[in-house]
Design a binder for this molecule. Structure first.
Ligand SMILES: [Zn+2]
Length: 394
């Protein structure tokens, strides 16, 4: 039974709340040596040298907005390579309009926000630093209204505007830099930062505090844009049912208290902040999105161990060979992720510590498409204005 747990806890963003204190990756900074040969007379000078040496030593990752976007672009490329991109211009345009309307009301409206539809049945969403919000085809298939989509996208947007990923990798000490180093000036450092960021977004997920902040600020943002703030909770309930059905069959984990807490928190906030926007736009959503959901147990997955790195191995042009080789392994056994909300800190720490022993999580380890090419969308402010007007958004 314990072996099953990790699959429930591992995950990304919206679908799981990880531990607040994830295990640190890599060691801390190597401190400057004490002023060894300083001697009594040279004590003061020695101290000064030690401080100077320390300053040249490793420091937490620093970056400008421009570097944050470069990092995000590289991480997005890795995510796109891992899951593939749904080559559907109309869907990308619709996503860019909903996402664009939300981003306009965010705390970082001027960023070149990019919304990407990942070509996989797994239900997931990932926010990469800078300006990249990814949502899977599987998630879009499960979402029922534009308000639900707005709830999910707004949650992801807040991960970006609040720089959750940046803070997480800074905290982890996984990527440190020399005092004279810059992220864009060091290919090696950028590579390490991309890997740490990808791992944080796709494999580990954010901590509970970050998820709560994204929930809270996200539904406020959706509401401000005119969408019924119940959208996020409504989608989370769908996810809960989805996972319940797949786990109850095996008599495991019939309920999970953390999910209810999360939903209760949303309900309370809507009441206390009097969030009263009403647009759900179910018909417009149905008109634009026609993907069909795939039950958790029917999702084709790739090997768990390969999931994090699969992107590097995949080639965009050998789709057929790939499909043959990785002929969907139907894991009727796949436990899937129980809930959007993860378990306790201790369990998560075990997961982190035991790494490879982790089980397969169909929503995250789902097989992806083979085409990583972005689908470019040109959206002007006037397009967003027209889109909002058509939907009756303020
Ligand atoms: Zn999240």
């Amino acid at each position: 039974m314990m072996r099953m747990l990790p699959a429930l806890l591992a995950s990304a963003c919206l679908l799981s709340v990880g531990a607040e204190a994830r295990g640190a990756v890599g060691g801390g900074p190597s401190l400057a040596e004490a002023e060894g040969e300083g001697g009594r007379q040279l004590g003061q000078i020695g101290k000064g040298l030690a401080i100077a040496k320390k300053a040249q030593d490793l420091r937490d990752l620093q970056m400008t907005d421009q570097e944050e976007q470069e990092l995000g672009a590289a991480v997005s490329e890795r995510i796109r390579t891992r899951y593939g991109v749904a080559q559907d211009a109309a869907v990308h345009r619709y996503l860019a309009l909903v996402g664009g309307a939300l981003a306009q009301g965010s705390t970082r409206p001027a960023l070149p926000w990019t919304f990407v539809v990942l070509d996989t049945d797994g239900v997931n969403a990932f926010a990469a630093p800078g300006v990249y919000v990814h949502i899977t085809r599987g998630a879009l298939a499960l979402i029922k209204t534009e308000a639900e989509l707005a709830g999910v996208l707004a949650h992801e947007i807040v991960h970006v505007t609040e720089k959750h990923t940046i803070r997480a990798i800074q905290k982890s000490k996984a990527v440190q830099m020399g005092a004279a180093e810059t992220l864009s000036g060091s290919a090696g450092l950028m590579e390490r930062a991309v890997t740490a960021t990808y791992d944080n977004i796709v494999e580990r997920g954010f901590g509970r505090a970050e998820e709560n902040e994204s929930d809270e600020k996200g539904i406020a943002l959706a509401n401000k844009t005119g969408y019924a703030p119940q959208g996020l909770g409504s989608f989370l309930v769908t996810l809960k049912e989805r996972n319940k059905a797949s786990t109850e069959k095996r008599g495991l984990f019939a309920s999970h208290p953390e999910m209810q807490e999360r939903l209760d928190r949303l309900t309370k906030q809507i009441a206390s902040q009097k969030l009263a926007a009403t647009a759900t736009l179910q018909a417009r959503y149905a008109k634009n999105i026609s993907y069909k959901p795939m039950p958790v147990t029917a999702i084709a997955t790739i090997e768990a161990g390969a999931a994090g790195l699969a992107g590097d191995e995949k080639k965009a042009d050998d789709k057929k060979a790939e499909e043959k080789k990785a002929e969907p392994k139907k894991r009727g056994f796949g436990l899937g992720r129980m809930l959007p909300s993860g378990g306790g800190e201790k369990k998560q720490a075990q997961v982190t510590a035991s790494g490879g022993a982790r089980g397969v999580d169909p929503e995250k380890d789902s097989k992806g498409g083979s085409n990583p090419k972005p689908v470019p969308v040109k959206i002007a402010a006037a397009d967003i204005a027209a889109f909002k007007k058509e939907g009756g958004l303020p």
